[in-house]
Design a protein around this ligand. Structure first.
Ligand SMILES: [Zn+2]
Length: 252
């Protein structure tokens, strides 16, 4: 009886490259201008500073609008709201510079007093028409159990403003030959309970921490490990050392 010899098995070609390319920070079609609307100095650095650092490094023009100056965020005896507001605005400008953010605007509301009002909607619509962003970052106003009224209300007002900014019959007094309505199609809600988009910030964690430490009145050295741990938890399921998450809305 003859036993056929088995031909040698050719080596199996790898089905995946040795290292996967880094996915884009934001989903296509992306853009070049990002507006971040937040409640307090340090919100952006805490929640999405790595993504902002990455987009800046990739050439995006990033602008910040802060509804308050965080002028109640201190336990220091003798501190006043006026003095704290100035300190925190300065800290925010320093942090923005670290992340490559070119434009920082403070609307001057008092910390803890942001409400959903037509006047704030109008101010934010103006900010959107001025910055003309392709992408908006703001708070997810529908996050369950979000206890900070400023976070909830800034998110709601920013989205209300987005809807108004695209229609010329809203606030026609803002419009002129060189200042027109503006439509944003891509929204990434941060501080969300329902993430559907994750950003690899492995190369930007140190920048995020550097920016966070500009908020000297708010953070201590221990914050680093808290931030790293949070980013590890977000990143682990996606193969990142560090991640940040958003709820992405694609609008018509
Ligand atoms: Zn905040």
């Amino acid at each position: 009886m003859t036993i056929a010899s088995t031909p040698p098995t050719p080596p199996t070609p790898p089905t995946q490259p040795m290292s996967s390319p880094i996915p884009p920070a934001l989903l296509p079609p992306g853009g070049q201008r990002l507006l971040v609307i937040m409640a307090h100095p340090d919100d952006a650095e805490f929640i999405c500073g790595g993504t902002i650092a990455r987009l800046s490094a990739e050439g995006w023009k990033v602008s910040y609008v802060l509804v308050t100056s965080g002028n109640r965020g201190s336990h220091e005896a003798g501190m006043t709201m006026e003095r704290l507001g100035k300190i925190r605005e300065e800290e925010q400008r320093d942090a923005a510079a670290v992340l490559g953010v070119r434009d920082v605007t403070f609307l001057g509301y008092n910390d803890g007093e942001v409400e959903v009002t037509l006047s704030l909607r109008k101010e934010l619509a103006f900010a959107i028409r001025r910055a003309r962003p392709d992408v908006l970052f703001t708070f997810d106003p529908w996050r369950p159990y979000e206890i900070h009224p400023d976070h909830r209300n800034v998110g709601l007002c920013a989205l209300d403003a987005l809807a108004a900014a695209r229609m010329p019959m809203y606030y026609p007094d803002q419009l002129s030959a060189d200042f027109s309505e503006h439509r944003i199609r891509q929204v990434y809600l941060f501080s969300t309970g329902q993430p559907n988009h994750w950003v690899d910030i492995d190369n930007y964690m140190e920048k995020k921490l550097e920016a966070l430490h500009c908020h000297k009145s708010q953070v201590s050295a221990e914050v680093d490990e808290i931030i790293r741990q949070r980013a590890r938890l977000i990143g682990v399921e996606h193969g990142y050392t560090y991640g940040e998450s958003f709820h992405h809305l694609a609008l018509r």
